[in-house]
Design a protein around this ligand. Sequence first.
Ligand SMILES: [Zn+2]
Length: 198
Amino acid sequence: MEAPDVEIRRSLRRRRTVTAFRENGRIVVCLPSRLSKAEERRWVQVMLDRLAAQEKRRRPSDEALLARAGDLSRKHLGGRAVPSSVRWSSTQRARWGSCTPSDGSIRLSSRLQGLPTWVIDYVLVHELAHLLVNDHGPEFWALVGAYPRAERARGFLDGYSHAAGAAPAGEDDESAEDNESDEDGSSPDASGDEGDAA
Ligand SMILES: [Zn+2]
């Protein structure tokens, strides 16, 4: 494993709390200014380990994703949606997820890696619901609405796309879904068995 690029920021105002986060490709560790050099080394290691554990949780393996999807289906969809596989996909730039109802496979965009777990869970629930209902009609949204943070997650993803400049509005399926006038129901689901995006 290559050594991470770490920046240490000491703060006079900071008394007890130690924090660490990523910023522009490096890891920033904020420490109280009174710590000794030895304490500093110890705390930096503690915080790097914590950050790594947190990021691992947010970037689950395909097996973990499948187990997660099964849990979500049982919890919110009465276990009716049964995915056969869930995989990360790096080829989906404009979609957060997609599924193939005929074989039960679900793919999630690797752009979701590192986003909060409740947001990834929403995309999973969205695709699970598509295993049951192919379009974006009322029946579909009633299913998705069983996930308590569905609305917040949609807002999060919408804002995230725009902030990242990931896709112009209208090409991103999620923002398209927010325009009541869009092509939901007519396009992408009808174009074969590729269900569409979260
Ligand atoms: Zn959809």
